[in-house]
Design a binder for this molecule. Structure first.
Ligand SMILES: [Zn+2]
Length: 205
């Protein structure tokens, strides 16, 4: 009798959730899997061999990534962090430049609203200003510490894209992006590079 031997990788799912898929360019469902090779006899896996390592697969485009892909923040996490970062920056600037000035307050509220903080107004601004000056700065630095270098760059690029939603970067927006970069722990050169690339990229869309 002829025995049909074969080799096959069997996967088991370790977890699932939502991650940022670079290929899709957005938040997608993923499956985190580990594989193991088996020798099959008549197509039935019988003898386990070496493990093939883990991967994360996008359920939309089927692209496989190394598990480190899960450490990149999702777009939603990014937006939350971005809005928090913007609030912290704006509060810090207002504290330094006179928190009672109506035009400055209006600009601050506009700046936060523009970076994805709808519903932000006078009372929310007062609450932010009432926080200890260091806590905002700490928030930004803590955020930067949690992010991988790649994620910091992505975060900054996202901030620049949002700032450019209404036209080319103003010098104030450029300065804010620079402060954000510093808070995130990026060097000046890194920041300038990311901002420039993002501006060029936006021109091509
Ligand atoms: Zn994908």
């Amino acid at each position: 009798m002829l025995i049909i031997w074969g080799l096959r990788v069997i996967y088991r799912t370790l977890g699932q959730g939502v991650f940022f898929c670079r290929r899709c360019g957005g938040d997608r469902e993923y499956r985190h899997r580990a594989g193991r090779r088996y020798v099959t006899v008549f197509f039935i896996p019988l003898i386990p061999l070496a493990k093939t390592g883990e991967h994360v697969q996008c359920l939309t485009c089927k692209t496989r990534y190394v598990t480190e892909a899960l450490r990149l923040p999702t777009t939603v996490q990014m937006q939350v962090a971005l809005a928090e970062g913007a609030r912290a920056l704006v509060a810090a600037r207002l504290r330094a430049g006179g928190p009672a000035s109506p035009p400055a307050r209006r600009r601050a509220i506009e700046a936060v609203t523009a970076t994805g903080g709808p519903g932000y107004g006078e009372s929310a601004l007062n609450a932010d200003l009432a926080e200890p000056a260091e806590s905002g700065r700490t928030k930004i630095v803590a955020l930067g510490g949690q992010l991988q270098v790649q994620a910091r760059e992505w975060y900054l690029a996202e901030a620049v894209r949002i700032a450019m939603a209404d036209g080319p970067l103003t010098s104030a927006e450029r300065a804010t992006a620079g402060q954000l970069a510093t808070g995130l722990g990026m060097t000046q050169a890194q920041a300038i590079g990311v901002i420039m690339l993002t501006e060029q990229g936006a021109g091509q869309n």
